[in-house]
Design a protein around this ligand. Structure first.
Ligand code: ZN
Length: 499
């Protein structure tokens, strides 16, 4: 069936997608390749391209086309490409049309400038150097919130950008359940005695780490044809187009954390990689929400990459690469060391359990900032007090405290909760995959991960943004988001092992 209005809409949307993917490429370049001197000029380019994408999208023509296509949407199957495209585009359009392009450009510019200031401020552990940029970001976010109808909670508006349709109250409920379960669990594990992980710190040649990370990624499905891996201080994944998946990892010479960072970013990459190519250059052509995205990075990093069966295959290889450091460490001791639960300062280095408390702390502080219940000048002290309260940790300086993450500099308030939601969702999907696939451990021990990747592609990745995050989770797992399975998984994993 030929529908001219649909073809015209697809043409327009492809242009918008091209512009925003070009923006992603500018961002990737800024973080990976650009010399620092380019930051001001780059802020202008990023702002311009963000504004252009917005102007191309919020047009009378697209509004008119969406109107003309109402009957096609109603007569098409809910799951069809046509109905999904029109439904999702209308939702995006209604949201985007509330925000003036001038504000979009300002948000982008402020974020690019603040990101450039964040690195040096963190290096010097100087919060005051970043504070004016954060003030600007926060003021712009408050203007952004005012573009929408008043929500039950201000934070709902911010959260909706990263986890569409999710309400702050729902997140709070899940987080309370997590906090209640995890705080005593952490205590139990600490009381059970120290696990020796001293062999994980030492000299690890960066080139060998990179090669080993790549070897793992290739086993998972990375190919030189469609992927690349670069170095950044703060790892992320970017996909500037279909068939172009860019991972970054942070290789440090004194530990092996880059291996887990690479697996983490692989999980983000494989989600984008697995989206049905027929959805490319449309609003449907990417992962559906950050929570679902993070569920996949955590799947590949933790559920796969910290499992016994994974290391049964990879550990002898790792010992060969680092014989001096690991030659005399047995597999079980290595497995326990990479799964050690221990409160620590840095979120991205945190273990599977304490990680969630890092998120809950940020979730609470963000709400207080956006509601003006906490002034930015008091943020470092509030941060430090809560680290002490939740994790029993003394923060020695702002570099290892409030300045450690780039998100607030990037203007991304409302983003953090999606990390812990991702943990919760990852186990729900994992349990469902195991029902279909049976014993994955046997295959992991052979270094085979293709069946898991294919199952996830077929049941989750392919869908892209056709459905809401909630619909997507329900289609994959048959149930709503729920912390129970995740808490049970952690309890079982951390239960004392028979000697
Ligand atoms: Zn991630």
């Amino acid at each position: 069936m030929k529908v001219p209005a649909l073809d015209r809409l697809l043409e327009r949307l492809a242009e918008v997608s091209d512009l925003s993917r070009a923006g992603m490429l500018l961002f990737w370049d800024q973080r990976v390749m650009m010399p620092p001197g380019g930051s001001e000029a780059r802020a202008e380019s990023v702002a311009t391209i963000g504004r252009l994408a917005q102007e191309r999208f919020v047009t009378a023509e697209i509004e008119q086309l969406l109107e003309e296509l109402r009957s096609l949407e109603e007569s098409s199957d809910y799951d069809s490409f046509e109905a999904s495209l029109i439904r999702v585009t209308r939702h995006d359009f209604e949201k985007a049309s509330r925000v003036p392009p001038e504000l979009v450009g300002e948000l982008r510019r402020a974020s690019a400038l603040a990101l450039s200031a964040w690195g040096p401020a963190k290096e010097a552990s100087n919060f005051e150097a970043l504070r004016p940029f954060l003030e600007k970001n926060l003021a712009l976010r408050q203007r952004y919130v005012e573009c929408f109808d008043p929500a039950e909670e201000t934070y709902d508006v911010l959260l909706d950008d990263y986890e569409p349709n999710m309400k702050t109250a729902e997140v709070r409920e899940i987080f309370i359940e997590l906090k209640d379960a995890l705080v005593p669990l952490i205590k139990e594990v600490e009381d059970a005695g120290e696990i020796d992980d001293s062999f994980l710190t030492g000299e690890f040649d960066p080139a060998r780490q990179r090669d080993f990370g790549l070897e793992i990624a290739r086993r998972f499905g990375y190919t030189d044809e469609e992927w690349r891996l670069d170095q950044t201080p703060h790892p992320f994944m970017s996909s500037p187009g279909a068939g172009d998946i860019r991972l970054t990892s942070n290789i440090r010479t004194n530990d092996l954390s880059s291996l887990f960072a690479t697996m983490h970013e692989f999980g983000h990459g494989v989600y984008e990689w697995g989206v049905d190519r027929a959805l490319a250059r449309t609003p449907l052509g990417s992962g559906v929400s950050l929570g679902l995205h993070e569920s996949q990075s955590r799947t590949w990093e933790n559920l796969v990459g910290r499992s016994r069966s994974f290391w049964r295959f990879f550990y002898p290889r790792l010992q060969q690469v680092f014989p001096a450091q690991l030659g005399s460490v047995d597999e079980e001791d290595f497995y326990r060391a990479v799964n050690r639960v221990h409160p620590s300062l840095i979120r991205i280095d945190a273990d599977e359990v304490t990680y969630n408390l890092h998120i809950i702390l940020r979730f609470e502080l963000e709400q207080e900032l956006i509601d003006d219940r906490l002034a930015l000048e008091d943020l470092p002290a509030a941060w430090n007090a809560r680290m002490e309260e939740y994790l029993g940790i003394d923060v020695p300086d702002d570099a290892r405290g409030v300045l450690q993450d780039m998100h607030w500099a990037g203007g991304n308030l409302g983003y953090f909760p999606t990390y812990a939601l991702g943990n919760v969702i990852s186990v729900q999907i994992w349990e469902r995959a195991k029902q279909d696939l049976g014993d994955l451990d046997e295959r992991f021990e052979q270094g085979e991960f293709g069946e898991l990747r294919d199952w996830l592609t077929e049941h989750l990745y392919r869908m892209g943004r056709k459905f809401t995050p909630q619909e997507t989770i329900e289609r994959v797992t048959g149930s709503r988001i729920d912390a129970k399975l995740y808490v049970r998984y952690l309890r079982e994993k951390l239960a004392p092992q028979p000697a």
